[in-house]
Design a protein around this ligand. Structure first.
Ligand code: NI
Length: 174
């Protein structure tokens, strides 16, 4: 298992539509395990494969991990597909490991139902609501080349992009 570097915007891999996984083999299992390690290491509650530079439809999520309890309850989602979403919406303050130091309130459907393959290649069905639903939708967006800042107005997005560019430049100077 390994901790991998996380790509940040404007890396072009983050804007690509990721490909379906066709076979769940040792390489995919290793990728999933590495993604989980990386997510815990960076204190994320979700991570999608494009964020570590692999353009396939793999997600890891754990909204229950807490430092004080040390409990872990990871969910591995391969080729996730939302089959139903509620009309009722929820707003959460979202952040993203690929968009460092930025948060924004984003509105998404409150409940979703999805199909996916688990780490063993078994078909699974999940009903999610609240934070879990938001987190899964945020991660599925990554598989489609969408970042949460893409939901903001052009004006707000431009300010954030400029900020991020400045930060990247500063990093290069050190
Ligand atoms: Ni993200």
């Amino acid at each position: 298992m390994a901790i991998l570097p996380i790509l940040t915007t404007p890396n072009p891999i983050l804007k690509k539509v990721a490909k379906d996984v066709t076979t769940i083999d040792d390489a995919i299992c290793e990728q999933v395990d590495n993604m989980l390690d990386t997510m815990y290491h960076d204190n994320g509650i979700g991570l999608a494969a494009p964020q570590i530079g692999i353009s396939n439809r793999v997600i890891v999520v754990d909204i229950e991990q807490t430092e004080e309890h040390g409990t872990k309850n990871p969910i591995f989602l391969i080729n996730p597909n939302i089959v139903w979403q509620s009309g009722e919406m929820n707003i959460y303050e979202e952040g993203c490991l690929s968009v460092p130091n930025i948060t924004a309130s984003i509105e998404r459907p409150k409940e979703i139902k999805l199909e996916y393959l688990d780490r063993n290649g078994k078909e699974q069905f999940l009903e999610a609501n609240g934070l879990l639903a938001t987190c899964i939708q945020h991660e599925i967006d990554h598989l489609n080349g969408i970042l949460f800042i893409d939901y903001l107005s052009k004006l707000k997005r431009n300010i954030i992009t400029k900020k991020l560019k400045k930060m990247t430049k500063q990093k290069e100077l050190i």
